[in-house]
Structures are given as structure tokens and as C-alpha cells.
Design a protein around this ligand. Structure first.
Ligand code: SAM
Ligand code: SF4
Length: 470
């Protein structure tokens, strides 16, 4: 046995089984309704059940799935959207992923690793825009070991400008071994994300050359199991859609989520479903491209299949698609995003493909995105309370504990929104944001919690008190 794998490392992806499931007969309408009813009852679907929703191709059934995801989102998850920004720390990479601008065989890529001062400058700029939650992104390179990542995390937490501070640092980096996860956990990371890219073995081998670290399918599939065993139980899974059949990779994600839940008693904290974007020197294979409608379908099916899980949609997608996707259950988005190394202080307004991993679809500022969210009736949130209070499994608690959202999530969303509006919002965004705060307060019962919330909101408006979480 390879000692660096998890204690019980298994390849739990059975290609023949998932392929068969994705291609079976379309389900009856009554069956789709039964599955929807199960989701509405906040129960996870089995992979076989999720596959039935995938096979429901009939346009009317697809509309029912969209409607169900929308209802589930509205009635159970509420109207909060968590905001974050990515910060690329280094793009040196020893892998050669066929789809990525950072791959080692790309001579056009401009390589760079931010030093401590450069990280501090980027973080200051992000704080000055109002960001509170970051995800640090790294290529895979011996320089970027667990200690290096931990140091970067500490540097970020250390930067405080005015009322600005980063309250949660997530990571998207190469798989680590058990000791590595212990080191990054010690630095206070939030979620550790590793995307499998594609669960389909043959495609995986085609786009990740043998002889590179990423060429080892099981090492990567087992990555978050090792994290769990090392005490990092806040993990994010993902698949890069466009490499292979979206139906198969959607089922791979559901299988992975259920595997972690069954084996470790905790499912993934988040699921990401990035769609392949143009990148420097990359020729995209059109064959498995996912249409906008199929992307929305897969988001709706994931929402119905995997409860207790945050769903992330990044600025790879354009503003209009992100807007639609939010109604189907996306719970986190990035905003004000720049992908170039050093891009939060150095770049102009245009994107430079040689400096970034792929091209963005939504380049609006944080303030513009905040304004659209509040005008559309969402509550943008920078809440980090559960993580800071050691309340792990927050998505589970949101569902399992009656009243949890009302008692904690909504008040924390409103206080963090108001902090943004007072400290960083443009006059138009502040006015629209104050309207949604008033509307949300009007929905709350007149109890002690509301009195306390109103008092804290007033403190944020009239004093320098911040970070007043419940
Ligand atoms: N290097 C680490 C890795 O590969 O896991 C972590 C960072 S990598 C820069 C983050 C993610 O970007 C990858 O997991 C992949 O899903 C995504 N990505 C790579 N190339 C992309 C492209 N052309 N379009 C969209 N997403 C891409
Ligand atoms: Fe390197 Fe990650 Fe890009 Fe692959 S996806 S080339 S591992 S940065």
C-alpha cells in the first residue's frame, strides 16, 4: 500500500456503473415527482436517483426540475449569497493539464510567485474594496508545500486596513499528505478545495499526462479523505465541466459527496462546477462543451441531490448566467475578481491571457455585483461566524436545527452587509442595501433577537464597532 494514501483509500468511481446510469431510460413523470418530493424533505438522493433526474430530458420535466430547485432554494436555503474573492499566490506548475494556462508546457505563461510584501499589498487592496473572505490559489510545485501555504495564510490574516480584515481564508491547491493537511489546518484555513476535474478515468488520463503528479488519479480522488483523516473536515469538491459528458461528472460529484458523508460522517462543505474557459495556448475540444441550459440543469439537479452543501459558481460565467444560477441554489459567488498574479493592484482594465489561468466571464466590481444582488432581493453576506465560533458543519445545521437560519444566518448576513455598505459601498449601493435590510427586518418577529439585531446594526452605522456576529 502507498503509505501516503488515506487509511482506506479506494477508487470508489465505477465508470461502467456511472455510464450505465447516465444512459438508462427516461423516468416516468410520477417518478420524477417522487424524487423531487424526497429532496423537498431535505433527504439526499442516491446516485441512482440523481441519475434518474439526469435522464429526465423531456423539456416539461426539465422545467419541473428547475421549478423544484427554485422552490427548495427559496423555502429552505433562503436568499443569502456569500461573497468571496480568489487570490492567486503562484502559478509555477510542474503539471501539464491540457486545459490550463499554467501548464508547464505553455511557453507563453508569465510565471510569478507573490512574496510576503506582494501578498500584503494584494490583501490590502482587497480589504479596501470590502472583501472579507478569500480563497488562495496555487499551482502545483515543490515550492508550494504545506508550510508555504500555511505561511501565506498567516500573512493574509495578519493584514488589517481600517475596518478591513480577512476573516476566512480558503485554499485551492494541490492534494497534500496527512501531515500537510495538519500544517495548513494549524494556520487556520477554512475550506480546502481539490477538484477531481473529471471522474472519468480515461479522460482523466488523457488530460493529465502520466509522470506528472496530477496524473495519479487515485492520489487526487483520495485527497480529501486524507484531509478528513488529518482533521481538516471542511473540504470542497469540484469537477471541471467540458472535459467529459456532464451527466457522468455530475454523478461522479454526487458519488464523491456520498462517499465522504458515509465514510467520515461529514459531506463536502462546498461543491464547485467550473466550466471550461478559453486559456492561453489551449485548444478546447468542442465535443463535451456544456451549453448554458445544461449547466443550469446540472446546477438544479445537484441542488436537489445533495442537501447540506454550499454550491459555488465563479466569475468564469457571465453576469446573466450567474444571476439565473443563483435562483436554482448557488450559495456562493466571487466578485471583483482578478486572476492575474498581482492583478488587484497592478492590472489595468483588460485581461491578459498570459498572466492568468483562464479568461473570466464576469469582470464587474464587487460594488456592482453587490448592487445587483440587493436589487434582485438577495442578501449578500460576508458571514464567517460559524467558522470563527467552531460551529463546523454549518450547512448541516442550517437544515437540521429548526430556526438556525433565522437565529444566526440572516442576522449575520445583515450585519456583514451593513458593514460593507457603511465602509465601502457607493451611495447607490448603500441606498439599495439599506432598503433590503429594512425589508428583511420587517419580516422578523418582534422578539429579543430582533431588538438585539437592530441595536447592533445601529452600532455599525454610528460607531467603529465591527464584526458583531451571532
Ligand atoms: N493547481 C491546483 C489544482 O490543479 O488543483 C489548484 C489550482 S487550479 C489553478 C484551480 C482549478 O482551476 C482547477 O482545479 C481547474 O478545475 C480550474 N481550471 C483550470 N483550467 C481551467 C480553464 N481553462 N477554465 C476553467 N477552469 C479551469
Ligand atoms: Fe497546474 Fe492546477 Fe493548472 Fe493543472 S490546473 S496546470 S495543476 S495550475
Amino acid at each position: 500500500m502507498n503509505p501516503k494514501l488515506s487509511a482506506t483509500a479506494t477508487d470508489f468511481i465505477d465508470d461502467a456503473h456511472l455510464t450505465g446510469l447516465a444512459a438508462g431510460p427516461a423516468p416516468e413523470r410520477a417518478r420524477v415527482r417522487d424524487l423531487i418530493a424526497k429532496s423537498m424533505d431535505k433527504q439526499a438522493l442516491a446516485v441512482e436517483e440523481a441519475a434518474e433526474l439526469v435522464r429526465a430530458d423531456d423539456p416539461e420535466l426539465v422545467e419541473e426540475i428547475f421549478a423544484a430547485a427554485r422552490t427548495l432554494k427559496e423555502t429552505v436555503y433562503g436568499n443569502r449569497i456569500v461573497l468571496f474573492a480568489p487570490l492567486y499566490i503562484g502559478n509555477e506548475c510542474t503539471n501539464d493539464c491540457a486545459y490550463c494556462g499554467f501548464r508547464r508546457s505553455n511557453p507563453e505563461a508569465i510565471r510569478r510567485t507573490l512574496d510576503v510584501d506582494e501578498i500584503r499589498r494584494q490583501v490590502s487592496a482587497l480589504e479596501e474594496k470590502g472583501q472579507k473572505r478569500l480563497i488562495l490559489v496555487f499551482g502545483e510545485h515543490p515550492h508550494y508545500d504545506a508550510r508555504f501555504i500555511a505561511e501565506a495564510v498567516r500573512t493574509v490574516y495578519d493584514v488589517k486596513v481600517g475596518h478591513g480584515e480577512i476573516r476566512r481564508v480558503n485554499i485551492n491547491a494541490a492534494p497534500l499528505d496527512h501531515e500537510g493537511y495538519r500544517i495548513v489546518k494549524e494556520a487556520g484555513i477554512g475550506t480546502y478545495q481539490v477538484f477531481q476535474e473529471t471522474y472519468h478515468h480515461e479522460t482523466y488520463a488523457r488530460v493529465h499526462p502520466a509522470g506528472t503528479a496530477k496524473g495519479r488519479y487515485l492520489w487526487r480522488l483520495d485527497a480529501l479523505s486524507r484531509a478528513m483523516e488529518a482533521g481538516c473536515d471542511d473540504v470542497g469538491i469540484g469537477a471541471l465541466f467540458g472535459l467529459y459528458d456532464w451527466r457522468f461528472d455530475l454523478l461522479g460529484l454526487v458519488r464523491h459527496a456520498l462517499f465522504l458523508q458515509e465514510r467520515y460522517g461529514v459531506g463536502p462543505h462546498t461543491i464547485s462546477f467550473p466550466r471550461l474557459r478559453p486559456a492561453s495556448g489551449v485548444r478546447l475540444d468542442e465535443r463535451w462543451m456544456v451549453s448554458d441550459r445544461d449547466l443550469l440543469r446540472l446546477i438544479a439537479i445537484l441542488r436537489l441531490s445533495v442537501p447540506y452543501t454550499g454550491m459555488i459558481l465563479t466569475a468564469r460565467e457571465n453576469a446573466e448566467l450567474r444571476r439565473q444560477a443563483m435562483t436554482f441554489g448557488v450559495s456562493q459567488i466571487d466578485a471583483g475578481t482578478r486572476l492575474e498574479l498581482g492583478g488587484y493592484t497592478e492590472a489595468g482594465d483588460t485581461q491578459c491571457m498570459e498572466r492568468e489561468q483562464f479568461q473570466l466571464g464576469d469582470v464587474r466590481s464587487l460594488d456592482e455585483v453587490m448592487r445587483e444582488l440587493v436589487v434582485d432581493g438577495h442578501i449578500p453576506s460576508f458571514c464567517t461566524a460559524c467558522y470563527r465560533l467552531g460551529r463546523t458543519g454549518e450547512h448541516f445545521m442550517e437544515f437540521a436545527i429548526p430556526g438556525f437560519i433565522k437565529k444566526f444566518c440572516t442576522p449575520n448576513a445583515l450585519t456583514t452587509l451593513l458593514e460593507y455598505l457603511v465602509d465601502y459601498g457607493s451611495p447607490e449601493t448603500r441606498a439599495a442595501g439599506e432598503r433590503i435590510i429594512a425589508a428583511e427586518l420587517a419580516k422578523l418577529p418582534d422578539d429579543a433577537l430582533k431588538v438585539e439585531l437592530v441595536a447592533r446594526l445601529d452600532r455599525i452605522r454610528t460607531t467603529d464597532d465591527r464584526d458583531l456576529y451571532f
